[in-house]
Design a protein around this ligand. Structure first.
Ligand SMILES: Nc1ncnc2c1ncn2[C@@H]1O[C@H](COP(=O)(O)OP(=O)(O)O)[C@@H](O)[C@H]1O
Ligand SMILES: O=P(O)(O)OC[C@H](O)CO
Length: 588
C-alpha cells in the first residue's frame, strides 16, 4: 500500500466566498503526472479552492526475468495500483481537509471531474479476472527502441519496390515517427514478452477480456468499475475493478501509433503494422472506445475510498497532460503555443482544424475535441483541433538526476541559487540524452554528455548547465515549430514545475529571443482538465468565458545580446553532435 505524504492546501478566502454562496459549484481535476498525482478543486470563477499532491514510486529495474538477466538500461515502470492509490489519497485528503473546514458534503458541490494524465504510459489487465499483467511501462522507457527499429525494418522490407516507405505511410496517418515513446510499441513488447497476456490473447475464451490502456483509461475504468468481492487474489496480488467504462479521448488515442488522425478511430491495419502479424489482436475489445475530450457522457464515478467520495459525480473530460496544459493556457486560437517544463519538456502549438505534417521532427497530434454538452452547442464546435508538438524526454528529470543519482543537490529549489552564483556555465554544456534524444532528433542511439569541461568548473556550473539544457532543448523544438507552421511565435506561455525557477525562465527568454509568460495559475494542466469538464457540464458557456480567467503573472523579456546568444547556441549544437550516434546500432 502506498505510503507517501499527501500535501493538501485549501485557500480559505475562496472557501469563505463559496460558503456564503447559495449554490456553490466546483469542478474537480485529477492530474496524474509522471512524478506525482494531484487533485484540484476549481470554482466557477476559475479560482483554485484546493490542491492535493503526492509523489509516488518510480521503478527503474536493473534486471528482469523478461530480459534474460541483461541490463535493463532505460526501463521505467509505475505500479498501476500506486497510481490509483495516489489519486484516491489526493481525493480523500481533500475531502477530509474540507470537512475539517466545515464543509459537510463537498461531493454535492462538485458538478464534474476532468482527468488529465501522463500520456503513452501503458497498462494491460484482464477485465474478467482483474489481473494486471505487468507494471505500467512509462512513456520515457526506452526498452522498445529495438522494437521500433524492427517495426521500421519490417515495414520497409515488404515494399522495397515502392517510392513511399511504409513508415512514411504510418507517419502520414498517425502524425508520429516510429519510436519507443508511443504506446503501440509498448503494447507490442507486452504481447511479445508477457506470457500470461499472450496466452490470454490466444485463448478464444479469454481474448475478449484483455484490456490495454493509457493512464486515463486505467483511471476512468477504476473510477467507474465495480469493486470485486476480493481485492487480492490467492497470492496477495491486487486486482482491478470489473466492468468499468473503457474509454479514452482523442488526444490520448493519438499517441499510440494505432489511430488514424482523419477518422479519429483505431486503424486495424496500423495495429497490424506495429504489433506484427504474430498475434491476433481483437482491436474492438482490447482497445478503449475513443471519445471527445470534453463530453458529459464519459461515465459516472462510483465512489472513491471507504467514504465513497465523489459518488455519482460525472467524468466530463479526458485530456493528455500536454493538451490539457494547452487548454489551461487558453491557447484556443491557431498559432498559440505553450511550453510545459515537467519531468519532460513539451512545446505545443494549436493549429486549429488543420493537420500540419512536420518535416522538422515534430509530432502532428490531436489537441482536443469538444463533444456532448449538457447545454446544446453548435455542431461545428465538435470538429477536432490539431496541434504540432515537440516532446523532449529530459527536462525536470535532469534535475531529479542531479538530486537522486549524482547527489549534487538535495532539492530542485536549490538549483536557482547555485546557477546564479556563477556568471555563466563557462563554455560547458550538458546534453541530457540519457535515453537517446526525442524531438526534434529522434535518435535512440544518442547518449548524454558533458562537454567543454575544464578544471575550473564547479558544482554550480554543472547545475547551471543542466538548467540551460532545458532552455536549449526548448529552442530546438521552437525553431522546428516555426519552420513547420510558418507562424512567427511572438511569445511563449510557460507552465510546469520547473517554471518556479526564475533563472531558467530568464535564460529561456534570452535563448528564444521572445518574451516568456507565466500565468497566474501554475497548475495549468489541472486547470485545463477542469475547464474542459466545466465546458461539458455548462459551468462555462464558451472559450471566451475561460479566456477571461487566464491572467499573466510574470513576464520575462530577452536581455541577452545577439552575439552572446549566437555563440551559446552554436556551442549547444556542437555539444548535441557529440552525443549523437554514441551507441552502435546493436547496442540500442
Ligand atoms: N525550482 C526548480 N528548478 C528546476 N526544476 C524544478 C524546480 N522545481 C521543480 N522542478 C522540476 O520539475 C519537475 C516536476 O514538475 P511537474 O510539473 O510537477 O512534473 P510532472 O507533471 O512531470 O509530474 C521535476 O522533475 C523537478 O525536478
Ligand atoms: O507527466 P509529465 O508532465 O512529465 O508529461 C508526460 C507526457 O505526457 C509524456 O508524453
Amino acid at each position: 500500500m502506498f505510503q507517501c505524504k499527501v500535501k493538501v492546501k485549501v485557500n480559505q478566502s475562496v472557501l469563505s466566498t463559496l460558503q456564503s454562496s447559495p449554490s456553490p459549484s466546483l469542478i474537480g481535476s485529477i492530474d496524474q503526472g509522471t512524478s506525482s498525482s494531484r487533485f484540484l478543486l476549481v470554482t466557477s470563477t476559475g479560482k483554485i479552492l484546493s490542491t492535493a499532491q503526492v509523489e509516488f514510486q518510480q521503478h527503474f529495474p536493473s534486471s528482469s526475468r523478461y530480459n534474460s538477466g541483461s541490463s535493463c538500461e532505460g526501463w521505467h515502470e509505475h505500479d498501476p495500483f500506486d497510481i490509483w492509490d495516489s489519486v484516491c489519497l489526493c481525493i480523500s485528503h481533500t475531502v477530509t481537509e474540507l470537512t475539517k473546514c466545515g464543509v459537510e458534503d463537498v461531493s454535492s458541490w462538485i458538478k464534474a471531474v476532468g482527468i488529465t494524465n501522463q500520456r503513452e504510459t501503458t497498462v494491460s489487465w484482464n477485465d474478467r479476472t482483474g489481473k494486471v499483467y505487468y507494471n505500467a511501462i512509462v512513456w520515457d522507457d526506452t526498452r522498445t527502441a529495438a522494437v521500433a527499429e524492427g517495426i521500421i525494418r519490417e515495414n520497409t522490407d515488404s515494399s522495397s519496390s515502392s517510392n513511399h516507405k511504409p513508415q512514411d505511410v504510418l507517419r502520414a496517418k498517425t502524425g508520429l515517427p516510429i519510436a519507443s515513446y508511443f504506446a503501440g510499441t509498448k503494447v507490442r513488447w507486452l504481447i511479445d514478452n508477457i506470457q500470461e497476456l499472450r496466452v490470454d490473447l490466444e485463448s478464444p475464451m479469454e481474448c475478449n477480456n484483455v484490456r490495454f490502456g493509457t493512464i486515463d483509461v486505467w483511471l476512468v475504468y477504476m473510477l467507474t468499475g465495480f469493486k470485486r468481492s476480493i481485492a487480492e487474489d490467492e497470492m496477495g496480488i491486487r486486482l482491478a475493478c470489473e466492468g468499468g467504462v473503457f474509454k479514452t479521448d482523442v488526444s490520448n488515442a493519438s499517441r499510440w501509433l494505432f489511430m488514424d488522425l482523419d477518422t479519429l478511430d483505431w486503424d486495424v491495419d496500423l495495429v497490424k503494422k506495429v504489433v506484427g502479424s504474430g498475434c491476433e489482436f481483437p482491436v474492438s475489445k482490447a482497445l478503449p472506445k475513443i471519445v471527445p475530450s470534453s463530453d458529459c457522457t464519459i461515465g459516472t464515478i462510483r465512489g472513491v475510498g471507504e467514504k465513497m467520495d465523489l459518488k455519482d459525480v460525472p467524468i466530463a473530460a479526458i485530456l493528455g497532460d500536454q493538451q490539457a496544459a494547452l487548454f489551461g493556457q487558453a491557447c484556443y486560437q491557431p498559432g498559440e503555443a505553450k511550453c510545459t517544463y515537467g519531468t519532460g519538456l513539451f512545446l505545443m502549438m494549436n493549429t486549429g482544424t488543420q493537420k500540419i505534417p512536420s518535416t522538422n521532427g515534430l509530432l502532428t497530434t490531436v489537441a482536443y475535441q469538444l463533444g456532448q454538452r449538457t447545454v446544446a452547442n453548435d455542431e461545428t464546435d465538435k470538429q477536432p483541433v490539431y496541434s504540432l508538438e515537440g516532446s523532449v524526454a529530459f527536462s525536470g528529470s535532469t534535475i531529479q538526476w542531479l538530486r537522486d543519482r549524482v547527489e549534487l543537490i538535495s532539492d530542485a529549489s536549490e538549483t536557482e541559487a547555485l546557477a546564479t552564483s556563477v556568471p555563466s556555465s563557462q563554455g560547458m554544456y550538458l546534453v541530457p540524452a540519457f535515453s537517446g534524444l526525442f524531438a526534434p532528433h529522434w535518435q535512440s542511439n544518442a547518449r548524454g554528455c558533458m562537454v567543454g569541461l575544464t578544471a575550473s568548473h564547479s558544482k554550480a556550473h554543472i547545475v547551471r548547465a543542466a538548467l540551460e539544457a532545458s532552455a536549449y532543448q526548448a529552442r530546438e523544438v521552437f525553431d522546428s515549430m516555426v519552420a513547420d507552421s510558418k507562424v512567427e511565435l511572438k511569445e511563449m506561455r510557460v507552465d510546469g514545475g520547473a517554471t518556479a525557477n526564475k533563472f531558467l525562465m530568464q535564460f529561456q527568454s534570452d535563448i528564444l529571443n521572445v518574451p516568456v509568460v507565466r500565468p497566474e495559475h501554475l497548475e495549468t494542466t489541472g486547470m485545463g482538465a477542469a475547464f474542459a469538464a466545466g465546458l461539458a457540464v455548462g459551468v462555462w458557456k464558451d472559450f471566451d468565458e475561460i479566456e477571461k480567467m487566464w491572467a499573466v503573472n510574470t513576464k520575462w523579456n530577452p536581455r541577452m545580446n545577439d552575439g552572446e546568444r549566437q555563440k551559446l547556441w552554436k556551442g549547444w549544437n556542437k555539444a548535441v553532435q557529440r552525443s549523437m550516434q554514441w551507441l552502435e546500432d546493436d547496442e540500442v
